[in-house]
Every structure is written in structure tokens, then in C-alpha cells.
Write a protein that binds this ligand. Structure first.
Ligand SMILES: [Zn+2]
Length: 284
């Protein structure tokens, strides 16, 4: 069986789910996260690291799962890491150098927060994020006008900063993978822009002596509209062997399917959580 690859974003304390800083589409409350891992244990999944992925793909005899965490959120260390460390579960972290170097939030988190702060309608805020995904000049103009929110407390500290780079270096069982420098959507970039996004992030890793796995790349967003044959051919030319998407089903040998159990909603009529459906669909 093909390895199950799971994409998480923020793992947050259960009580923070209502906190305006946290866009709930990207958040998994800690208790749900632990239950998800327990469900995987119950179904006899073996947790693999990035270096075992290729072998697992070639030898799909047992149930294997690879955990990935996108976007460089500090709460991955604060909330998820102690549990993963105690369980000796390896995982992958996708980093964007820009947020870390410039101490800024991811652009979509900034728009989300601004929407909450100004009490805009949530649908409008999400529509604005969607528009900016594919219009980088408009996005950059918006970012220039709107100041980056200040994280005042540990609760609100949601991104890695330069001080965190030292913390990242000593983590065990973690592989780091590039996720572009600015988290711009690949199909919205010119060829030059794309090259710049990749090389700036490579420089970020090497400047900080942070080992990145150059054969792998995690697409920003990674749905159908967010990459095309031109962008993947370019990545392959640059030495990428495996590209993590956000598509649950794909049969391209270079594009890996990923699942996002961020919304662990309880399905009343089926008496199960959505992630249990995910595992079930995977197995049967
Ligand atoms: Zn991302």
C-alpha cells in the first residue's frame, strides 16, 4: 500500500481554537492531533521519516505514514514536538525563509488577522486571500500598506524567528524541506520569480547551516491550480525528485498525494471523526 502522507499546519492548545490569531482552517487542536496519531497506531501504521519514503513507495507491503508540517509555525515545536519526540515519530517540516528572516507572518495569516481585527465578513476575507494567491503585485501592495501584526505573548507567537533557527537545528527525527521563500503560489510567478523564490530559500538554508533535503519540495498550497507541468518541469530540472502536493489522489510519480486532517469534524450520522474516514478510505 502506498504511504499515507499527512499535511498539518498549526497544532494548537485546545482552548485556542476561538483565538482570532488562529485561522481555524489551518489549525488542529492538540487533543485531536493526539487522537489522530492514536487512530494510526490502532490501524498498525508504521511512522516513517523522509529517508524511508522512497523505500516505502517501492515496497508497499505494510501501512506506512509520513507526517508533514507546513509553513514554519512555532506551535509545531511548542505543541506537537514534545509528543512526537516522546513517541519517537519522525516528521518533515516545510519552511519559508522569508517569514523567519524578516520576522513576518505568512501573507495569508496576515490577511486573515486583518480581517478579524477589522471585523470583516469571513467570506470576504477568504475571497481576498484567494484573489491574492494569483495576483502577487496586488498582494505585495497590500502587504506594504498593512503592518505585520505583533505577537505579544507566547500564545500569539505562531512563527519561527531567527532565534528559533538554533532550536530547529537540534530537533531530532526532523527533515527540513523547502516551501519557497515567500509562500507565493508557483503558477502566479514568472520564470524569474520562480527561480528567485527557490534560490532565496536555498540561500536561507545554507546561510543558517540548516540542512534541507533538496530532492524534495513542498508546494505552496499545492492544489490543482497551484502548479502545472511548466512549474514541475522546472523543479525537476533543479534537482527535485519528489514534489508534495495537496491533492489527495494523484498518480504522477513525481507528485506525492497528501491528506489534510485539519478539520476534525465529528460526523454525527456515521459516529466517527473525518480523519477516521480518511484512514478508512486509505485502507479499504
Ligand atoms: Zn504552505
Amino acid at each position: 500500500m502506498y504511504p499515507l502522507i499527512v499535511a498539518f499546519h498549526k497544532i494548537i492548545p485546545d482552548t485556542y481554537i476561538q483565538h482570532p490569531y488562529f485561522w481555524n482552517a489551518l489549525c488542529t487542536p492538540y487533543t485531536n492531533f493526539v487522537s489522530f496519531i492514536e487512530s494510526l497506531y490502532q490501524e498498525n501504521f508504521a511512522f516513517i521519516g523522509l529517508h524511508e519514503l522512497e523505500y516505502a513507495m517501492m515496497n508497499p507491503k505494510e501501512h506506512t505514514v509520513l507526517l508533514t508540517f507546513d509553513d514554519g509555525y512555532y506551535n509545531n515545536i511548542l505543541c506537537a514536538y514534545p509528543f512526537l519526540k516522546s513517541e519517537k515519530i519522525p516528521f518533515v517540516m516545510a519552511l519559508n525563509g522569508k517569514c523567519i528572516e524578516t520576522r513576518t507572518w505568512q501573507w495569508f495569516d496576515r490577511i486573515w488577522y486583518e480581517g478579524i481585527r477589522t471585523q470583516r465578513n469571513i467570506e470576504q476575507t477568504i475571497a481576498q486571500i484567494q484573489t491574492f494567491k494569483y495576483d502577487i503585485p496586488a498582494l505585495e501592495k497590500w502587504l506594504y500598506i498593512h503592518p505585520n501584526p505583533e505577537s505579544k505573548t507566547e500564545t500569539e507567537r505562531i512563527f519561527f524567528d531567527m532565534a528559533s533557527v538554533e532550536e530547529l537545528k537540534v530537533l531530532q527525527n526532523v527533515s527540513f524541506v523547502s516551501h519557497t521563500y515567500s509562500h507565493y503560489i508557483l503558477t502566479a510567478l514568472s520564470q524569474n520569480g520562480l527561480e528567485k523564490e527557490l534560490s532565496q530559500n536555498r540561500d536561507f538554508f545554507s546561510k543558517n547551516n540548516l540542512k534541507s533535503e533538496n530532492g524534495y519540495f513542498i508546494l505552496p498550497n499545492g492544489t490543482k491550480k497551484d502548479f502545472n507541468s511548466q512549474t514541475t518541469n522546472f523543479l525537476i530540472k533543479m534537482g527535485t525528485e519528489y514534489i508534495f502536493s495537496m491533492l489527495p489522489y494523484t498518480h504522477d510519480m513525481h507528485i506525492l498525494a497528501r491528506y489534510t486532517p485539519t478539520q476534525p469534524t465529528w460526523q454525527k450520522e456515521k459516529k466517527r471523526y473525518t480523519w477516521q474516514r480518511l484512514i478508512h478510505k486509505w485502507l479499504y
